[in-house]
Ligand binder design. Structure first.
Ligand code: PMP
Length: 417
């Protein structure tokens, strides 16, 4: 058995994933992780959406090892480096240019939360307004600014006062489809006597990764973008979880055909599990004074090396996108078949960020636990953890998708009969 004693003895109570998965991980390859005592788990979790290209992809490992062996610089704050130049060039050539996007690239710090903080700060600075709108069930991170626009009250309750001037408004389908557009918001914003301040920005996830896999309809996103444009409110898309290919295109907002003013990216950017975040900023909004958003870890050269290698390997043409879309369809079909076996079970999400909501709010957690016993890492999502959430590496094979679905079907039968 794995030795977990030191973790219980020394590690803070705040630790969480390890409570559901009380094993000690040692190695990983592709879509499989292995414990120190040799037990293998198929990975439908992908490090919370970080390992989009699978664990230890050899075409990323090699350039990383070569880089480290060559004596190249590892830490350099935000100074120019050869590795950063490679990354930025690849990002321009494989991501921005082919999509006709024009953004300045900002390195806000190592995590998704840092990107969200920078976006909120920049929106306030540029517009001179304070109010930020976000959505019911949103998740944007755990620092006070990002937490203030997060919908999950359990995550917020211990933190004390949020930023003032933030409000949550209903996400798509919050009222079972009764809210078809933003007429109500438009009405109060245009009514100068309503007392509703014009917001600096609205921040949105196209799929709520933590908030229950609610996926906004493209027409709803377009209505949101139109409203923002009409009122000069900045539209921030938080693509920390849904971006970097997760929904079947590099950015999750491509399907809706919208162009956000600011985009937050992190998680899968380095392709290797190395911390990295970007904030993409419409060029005329890039009004920072030098050093106004600072941080020691804003440029991690090993992450630039694997990030550039991943862009070249997976995004130089549309082969990978098509492959992801095929696998995502297989995953969704399989989940639908499982859901069809249970009354009122609903498939939710988009792309490789898809799951099943069961009417019994306890079911998803129990199924995830049963799946773990059967050799699959799969987590839950939603305010009551009521959605079984699948998020495998995008490089997963059809055989692995089938195997994982088989385990979920068996685990659901264990729990629900
Ligand atoms: N935004 C979204 C949409 C996320 O899913 C997350 C992480 N789950 C974050 C922001 C925060 O990212 P990080 O944990 O890297 O700070």
């Amino acid at each position: 058995m794995s030795q977990t004693t030191i973790f219980d003895e020394l590690e803070s109570q705040v630790r969480s994933y390890c409570r559901n998965w009380p094993v000690v991980l040692a190695t990983a390859e592709g879509s499989t992780v292995t414990t120190e005592d040799g037990r293998e788990y198929l990975d439908f979790f992908a490090g919370a959406g970080v390992m989009n290209y699978g664990h230890n992809h050899p075409e990323l490992t090699e350039p990383l090892i070569d880089y480290l062996r060559s004596g190249a610089i590892v830490h350099s704050l935000d100074m120019h480096t050869v590795a950063k130049r490679e990354f930025l060039t690849s990002f321009r050539d494989y991501v921005l240019k082919p999509r006709g996007l024009d953004y300045k690239v900002m390195f806000p710090g190592p995590t998704g939360t840092n990107s969200v903080e920078s976006a909120l700060k920049l929106a306030r600075k540029v517009t001179g307004r304070q109010h930020i709108l976000s959505f019911t069930n949103a998740f944007h991170g755990m620092t006070l600014g990002a937490l203030s626009v997060t919908g999950n009250s359990m995550k917020r309750q211990g933190a004390g006062l949020p930023l003032t001037n933030t409000s949550k408004i209903p996400y798509d389908n919050y009222f079972s489809g009764a809210v078809e557009d933003f007429l109500w918001l438009e009405r109060v914003l245009e009514d100068s006597g309503s007392g509703v301040d014009l917001p600096a920005a609205i921040i949105v996830e196209t799929v709520q990764g933590e908030g229950g896999l609610n996926a906004a309809r493209p027409e709803w996103l377009r209505a949101l973008a139109d409203l923002c444009k009409a009122h000069e409110i900045l539209l921030i898309v938080d693509d920390v979880q849904a971006g970097v290919g997760r929904t079947g295109t590099y950015f999750s907002f491509e399907e809706a055909g919208i162009t956000p003013d600011i985009v937050c990216l992190s998680k899968a950017l380095s392709g290797y599990g190395l911390p990295m975040a970007l904030t993409l900023v419409r060029p005329d909004l890039d009004q920072w004074e030098a050093g106004e958003h600072n941080g020691t870890f804003r440029g991690h050269n090993p992450a630039f090396v694997t990030g550039a290698a991943a862009l070249k390997r997976f995004w130089a043409d549309d082969t990978f996108e098509k492959q992801v879309q095929e696998r995502a369809a297989e995953l969704r079909d399989g989940l639908q078949k499982i859901a069809d076996g249970y009354e009122n079970a609903v498939v939710k999400g988009r792309g490789m960020l898809t799951g099943i909501e069961f009417p019994d709010k306890e079911a998803a957690g129990k199924i995830a636990a049963a799946a773990f016993r059967r050799g699959l890492l799969v987590e839950t999502s939603g305010p009551d953890s009521e959605v079984l959430k699948t998020m495998p590496p995008l490089t997963i094979t059809s055989e692995e998708v089938r195997r994982g679905l088989g385990i979920i079907a068996d685990a659901a039968a264990d729990v629900l009969g």
